[in-house]
Design a protein around this ligand. Sequence first.
Ligand SMILES: [Zn+2]
Length: 296
Amino acid sequence: MSTLRFIRLIVSLIVFVLFAYLASRHQHFVTPERAEKVSLNDTASVAAIAETHPKDARELALELPDTLLPFCRGLKTRKEVALSFDACPTSGKNQFNRAIANILLETKTPATVFLSGRWVEQDTAATRLLASDSLIELGNHSYTHPHLTHITLGKMRKELERTQKIIADLTGQRPFLFRAPYGEVNDTLINVARELGLATVQFDVESGDPDTTFTAQRLIKWVTEKSRNGSIVIMHINNRGWHTAQALPTIIQFLRDRGYILVKVSALMKQVSEELLPGALAHSDVHRGKDVPNRK
Ligand SMILES: [Zn+2]
């Protein structure tokens, strides 16, 4: 055998062995058993990721479908109520109703407080106090408290952006909830808020606490009678409510006695998201998939 023929033979052998090896690997990947194994492993790893990185309240709030915004109440099937307080900017010195903050903290009542940027600037100590306990979540209530649906889109955006920055700079917390002044919303405003990472929140129980004719007894009766499963109650923490602090302990006790769990607005949102969102459903499917025994 000539040297040339010998080399050709060796090269052919190497090529054949290499080809056979690659073919066997390829076949290994496409067998049904392998395919199932890969998908089960993937499911397990997705489940592991979902468990270690569950969607946080911010993500879930911002994933709410347009049809659910503004968010006015939680699920009717859960005995939960969210107390919310607005801090609108007001003229005059004492614009922080500290007694309300004290009651919330003493009674360990979670609550959502919507701050206007100007209010924050006027009382940074109050803002820090509210931000210091995780029982209280902070929301955005515009900067100057204008009729937002009557101003230009540019001004609208500035009102919200400015307040986001003020609250974040002072507290390190970037709000993801927004409440419009005077409860005035339209689609443009909801979209602007959304672009800035804010979900718009309304309410279904208007306490009426700025009404000077509302006594504490009347406030207690009104709020506790109107609250239902998933309700969001609106009150004020800027001394705009005349008897809010006086009525609040009884409102809290009364609702708890009736079996309601008091939660933050974001908790109501989270439950709605988990029940309705396709992503959230896929999340629970993953968990179900994880429990499926060996399918062999
Ligand atoms: Zn307000």
